[in-house]
Write a protein that binds this ligand. Structure first.
Ligand code: MG
Length: 160
């Protein structure tokens, strides 16, 4: 049995805030406005995993009105989502994440990002793809106002 899910998230950029993507801190003069650590890539992946099992979304699971999640490391949220996946007998086959960000360049961080997500999800790094693109200076991403991320995750379940 297989299930597929997709996730999408956007965070606004602001000067002087930390930038976390796929659990890795990126050297950058701007970072993400958020209630959590703002790891927009992990948030999209969480929504893909939740989407595959029709379990809602991370905004529902981890409300941004709750003090418990203020400034929280998004890897903790991903671990909790993976617990929900594993508790139901499913496991992650692979995930594919696309990050749209005008600057800074995240290419040097791709391998550590894949390794970080793989270790949190308990899979090999070759099951996690992370891709980055600019939007050729078009739109809010191109104007460096925000970052947009899409994620897709495939889950499998051993048939009884
Ligand atoms: Mg988010």
């Amino acid at each position: 049995m297989f299930r597929i899910g997709q996730g999408y998230d956007v965070h606004q950029l602001r000067e002087g805030l930390p930038m976390w993507l796929c659990g890795v801190q990126i050297e950058s003069p701007v970072g993400f406005v958020a209630h959590s650590d703002g790891d927009v890539a992990i948030h999209a992946l969480c929504d893909a995993l939740l989407g595959a099992l029709a379990l809602g979304d991370i905004g529902h699971l981890f409300p941004d009105t709750s003090a418990e999640f203020a400034g929280i490391d998004s890897k903790i949220l991903l671990r909790r989502v993976m617990d929900l996946v594993h508790d139901r007998g499913w496991h992650l086959v692979n995930a594919d994440i696309t990050i749209a960000l005008q600057a800074p360049k995240v290419a040097p961080y791709i391998l550590p990002m894949r390794e970080c997500i793989a270790s949190v999800c308990g899979v090999d790094a070759d099951a996690i793809s992370v891709k980055a693109t600019t939007t050729e200076r078009l739109g809010f991403v191109g104007r460096k106002e925000g970052c947009e991320v899409w994620a897709i995750a495939l889950l499998s379940h051993k048939a009884e």
